[in-house]
Design a binder for this molecule. Structure first.
Ligand code: NAP
Length: 253
């Protein structure tokens, strides 16, 4: 018996990093997992192979977010995949995880780069929630991945942090809106998490990043994925509208 038996979960950006860890954990808990990705089909297939190898069920959904028609494309393909995998017509769990960072100085930030960050990190998640709700039964779960950068400063990521502050508002307002249906809506804010990007191969950089949290090491994606899976479970039924810091106690002082 898994904690998510008979549930269907759509995880955006599940080909790599935190999204992959969420997908794999939810797959182990018995959910049918839609592994969404943008371009990296091989990585998405690896996530699926891990889930199915452990006896779970999963299928890929490709859709570029942040472009016109993105949410329509995502749901058309998700529903086709659901049909193909005998998944019924309901969507119980949505995790808005796909996101992009900025990485430019405040002086170099352009309106175009800002618009792109907003489109991928804030606009797409909002309309994914709107669309998901047409398929979500009472007791569903919506989890939005924010960032510790809504609580501590990194000037190179001012625009990114603004989009993460925006995604947190989905939790606040929709939690109230959906309470009568027992649908919970929460935000999870990771700190620095090893998503396999090249910087995590540089020992000096990892050493420096490790000093920022209470545990003295960068997070593994599973450290965050397990928190997300908990929020999706029945054990978390009384948590809604919450901001969950999953940063390992970053910059506690
Ligand atoms: P990641 O390893 O960079 O992977 C990003 C995922 O999102 C991939 O699956 C990618 O698909 C997908 N994606 C990216 N842009 C997309 C687009 N325009 N349309 C559709 N899919 C797109 O991610 P991560 O570092 O694990 O981060 C996951 C979430 O946690 C993000 O929201 C991020 O902001 C947040 N976060 C991360 C950290 C951290 O230190 N890693 C810290 C705080 C918050 P492809 O594989 O096809 O490219």
């Amino acid at each position: 018996m898994g904690k998510l038996d008979n549930k269907t979960a759509l995880i955006t950006g599940a080909s790599r990093g935190i999204g992959r860890a969420v997908a794999e954990r939810m797959g182990r808990e018995g959910a049918l997992v839609a592994v969404h990705y943008a371009e990296n089909r091989d990585a998405a297939e690896q996530t699926i192979a891990t889930i199915t190898g452990a006896g779970g069920r999963a299928f890929p959904v490709q859709a570029e977010l942040g472009v016109p028609g993105d949410v329509d494309t995502l749901f058309e393909r998700f529903q086709a995949g659901l049909k193909e995998h005998g998944g019924g017509t309901e969507l119980h769990i949505v995790v808005n995880n796909a996101g992009v960072m900025g990485g430019v100085s405040p002086e170099e930030l352009t309106p175009e780069a800002f618009d792109r960050l907003v489109a991928v990190n804030a606009k797409a998640p909002l309309f994914i929630v709107q669309r998901a709700l047409t398929m979500m039964p009472d007791g569903g779960r919506i989890i939005n991945i924010s960032s510790g950068l809504t609580r501590f400063a990194n000037p190179q990521e001012v625009a990114y942090a603004m989009t993460k502050a925006a995604i947190e508002m989905i939790g606040l307002h929709y939690a109230r809106h959906l309470g009568s249906r027992r649908i919970t809506v929460n935000s999870v804010a990771p700190g620095i998490t090893n998503n396999g990007s090249p910087v995590f191969d540089i020992p000096e950089a990892v050493e420096q990043m490790s000093q920022l949290n209470a545990f003295g090491q960068v997070a593994d994606p599973t450290d965050v994925g397990d928190v997300v899976a908990f929020l999706a479970s029945d054990d978390a039924r009384w948590i809604t509208g919450a901001f969950i810091d999953a940063s390992g106690g970053t910059l506690l002082g």
